[in-house]
Design a protein around this ligand. Structure first.
Ligand SMILES: C[S@@+](CC[C@H](N)C(=O)[O-])C[C@H]1O[C@@H](n2cnc3c(N)ncnc32)[C@H](O)[C@@H]1O
Length: 399
């Protein structure tokens, strides 16, 4: 871990993440993805972790211009009625949970990410080793598939990260010289406004974007940043016409091989809404791949407890029905326009990780109850699907 990873982040971000009620600690430590809430009935919890606060709804002003000219700033307005819906507050809060967990795992050396520190402060409470290992496997699995797609397309492609939250893949790919022709991110306008504010305030985040942007102006308002190689769009993924319109405004190219990523996102939509999104994605591009990471095997007691605890946080797993099994996950992809679909649960993926990496991460922290890890990992999965792209060999991509 580099020393700079421990740098405090800006007041606004720290404030937003740090305010919040403390809910019965044994109920809630990290809600997503490895919601140990699940374990409350069976296993005495070792830690007491306060509930991280969802994002503030009112965001600090973003008056600092990022480049020579800043267009229209509309920081607190929402672009669609549904995006302002208070019902989505719990779902938006999961963005904070995911970032906190990633930041914590990075701080103890699970993987290298010098960018996450800028988006979220380091959690005071330790995250459990099984959660950290789970995040390691998730980040590793998703990253392997992304890199396989980039190799097949020789980076002549685009990536659209749906429900990206504070994801840092764009910067990490740039560091590895693996950027696609264009990298898009989509999330609720409120989340995007916060992300853009952080990007503007932090040169390690803004400089790489500016460096790749040859023109002297950068399109940016409260909910959209559009640059040559990177775009961040505030939109509701359940409103497909809005989504498409905004992506096209940012020069999405439907002729380019396209990778869409949804990491713990589809489960927050109803099965109909996620099916429409998947169908839209399959129909929009000639050659495409979809990566979905989320819950699976949710029909058991473990799943039930997770659902109940999230509901208490006003966070509804509206799409849990599709998370019954690996088969139901694949079936949703195949019945919505995707030609191939594969899925592995995270325990299987963990068992397939390179042995050297497993030894390294397992030496970082002691985990005395392997069954905790197994239980968690069996309830998450990595799925991927392809359509077209025969000449590129997209169908051959596997974990
Ligand atoms: C659990 S977080 C995951 C964030 C990120 N994918 C990651 O893995 O770090 C889920 C994200 O999906 C976003 N999201 C969920 N439903 C959405 C919708 N209908 N429209 C836009 N974003 C949505 C949330 O705001 C949140 O940022």
């Amino acid at each position: 871990m580099s020393g700079s990873e421990e740098e405090p982040i800006s007041g606004e971000v720290a404030g937003a993440a740090g305010v919040g009620g403390v809910i019965e600690p044994r109920q809630l430590s990290q809600v997503e993805p490895y919601s140990p809430l699940l374990l409350i009935s069976a296993v005495p919890h070792r830690r007491s972790t306060p509930l991280p606060c969802p994002w503030r709804t009112q965001l600090p002003g973003t008056s600092t211009p990022m480049a020579t000219r800043q267009r229209e700033s509309s920081i607190t307005s929402c672009s669609s009625a549904s995006s302002c819906d208070a019902d989505d507050e719990g779902v938006r809060g999961t963005c904070e949970d995911a970032s906190l967990c990633k930041r914590f795992a990075v701080s103890i050396g699970y993987w290298h990410d010098p960018y996450i520190q800028h988006f979220v402060r380091l959690s005071k409470e330790r995250k459990a080793p099984e959660i950290n290992r789970g995040y390691f496997a998730r980040v590793h699995g998703v990253s392997q598939l992304i890199k396989a797609f980039l190799r097949k397309t020789e980076c002549h492609c685009q990536i659209i990260n749906l429900g990206a939250g504070m994801d840092t893949t764009f910067w990490r790919l740039k560091d590895e010289d693996l950027l696609p022709s264009k990298y898009f991110e989509v999330d609720f306008p409120m989340i995007v406004t916060r992300k853009l504010h952080t990007i503007k305030c932090k040169p390690p985040l803004s400089s790489p974007i500016l460096e790749l942007h040859s023109e002297d102006t950068l399109q940016m308002d409260g909910h959209i940043l559009d640059s040559k190689r990177y775009a961040v769009i505030g939109a509701d993924l359940r409103d497909l016409s809005e989504l498409e319109e905004k992506l096209k405004k940012c020069n999405m190219n439907t002729q380019l091989p396209t990778l869409l990523i949804a990491e713990c996102v589809l489960v927050y939509m109803t099965p109909e809404q996620s099916a429409s999104l998947l169908k839209w994605a399959a129909n929009s591009f000639e050659a495409a791949m979809f990566i979905n990471y989320e819950q699976v095997n949710m029909g058991d007691r473990f799943g039930q407890i997770m659902i109940e605890n999230l509901r208490r946080r006003q966070c509804d797993l509206a799409g849990v029905e599709t998370c019954k099994s690996l088969e139901s996950q694949k079936e949703r992809l195949l019945s919505n326009g995707w030609e191939t679909a594969s899925a592995v649960d995270m325990m299987e993926l963990y068992n397939r990780l390179p042995r050297a990496e497993v030894s390294r991460i397992e030496s970082l922290e002691f985990l005395d109850e392997m069954e905790l890890l197994e239980q968690l990992m069996r309830h998450y999965c990595l799925c991927w699907a392809t359509k077209g792209g025969k000449e590129l060999g997209l169908k051959e991509i596997t974990y």
